[in-house]
Design a protein around this ligand. Structure first.
Ligand code: FPP
Length: 254
């Protein structure tokens, strides 16, 4: 008789299998949904952000254990200053707390902290904590955790344009020599390969001014899971899906 329920390997159903030889090198995440998470629970918004910091902790551990080399997390955008003053201070406070509490574990796990964005525009205690964390972790090689702080994709591109235009004006650069690689070297992400995988929790289908130049051929993975509920199992699923995709970069399969 025809068996409507095909036999399934229980282990394969429960645990997505990652091919460690084809991991994404660079994973980027838009940490979204903290506000909705807090609202659903009737708790202050700061608790959503705090729970979001816990998700980041779990994902960082997973990336370091698995062999992902670069994780870029969107922690504060140039537009986030428009939020109420107390929310902005809570986010900056959480950043300082995260950096001081995590430094030991980050060091133990070989995680290097770096930042992208106009970080000198952060409040001085946050800026100093960030610089200290970058310095204390600078020898670590296992995983680079890039925190996007006071970051905006359009601003990043504008700053690169200004920088190159200034060099051309000073006669140090021939405008005709500006190609993709030179332009990329003027961005905050100079020297970092483009993300292979961009994860957007909370079900929104937008880029929110994140890494606009760098994600030209990045694979997108959108999940309804709110960021504070996001755990390593979700990242694992994203990687399994990523590994099933065929990346052609505009070409054809040979
Ligand atoms: C968007 O959620 C999230 C942010 C603006 C901040 C992200 C920050 C964290 C996860 C804090 C932890 C980070 C560090 C580095 C300590 P939202 O508030 O817009 O959510 P909503 O769209 O549901 O309102």
């Amino acid at each position: 008789m025809f068996n409507r329920k095909p036999h399934r390997n229980k282990r394969a159903v429960e645990e997505p299998q990652i091919d460690k030889s084809r991991l994404p090198v660079h994973v980027a995440i838009i940490m979204d949904g903290n506000g909705r998470w807090a609202k659903q629970r009737g708790v202050p918004k700061v608790m959503g952000h705090r729970a979001g910091a816990e998700s980041l902790r779990d994902v960082v551990r997973y990336c370091a254990e698995t062999g992902i080399l670069i994780l870029t997390a969107y922690a504060f955008s140039t537009e986030n200053w428009k939020r109420p003053q107390d929310e902005v201070s809570n986010l900056m406070g959480l950043l300082v707390e995260y950096l001081s509490k995590e430094i030991q574990e980050l060091n133990d796990n070989g995680v290097r902290i770096k930042s992208i964005g106009q970080v000198d525009g952060l409040p001085s205690d946050a800026y100093e904590a960030l610089m200290a964390a970058e310095d204390k972790t600078k020898e670590n090689k296992r995983l680079t955790l890039n925190l996007a702080l006071n970051y905006g994709g359009r601003l990043e591109i504008l700053e690169a344009v200004r920088k190159l235009a200034h060099e051309a004006h000073e006669g140090r650069l021939d405008p005709a020599s500006i190609d993709e690689s030179l332009f990329a070297s003027a961005l905050y992400t100079a020297g970092i390969p483009d993300p292979d995988l961009l994860i957007r929790p909370a079900g929104e289908f937008r880029l929110s001014n994140f890494l606009l130049w760098q994600i030209a051929y990045t694979e997108l993975w959108i999940t309804p899971v709110l960021w504070p509920d996001f755990r390593r199992s979700h990242l694992e699923q994203a990687i399994v899906d990523y590994q099933c995709r065929e990346r052609r970069f505009g070409g054809r399969k040979s």
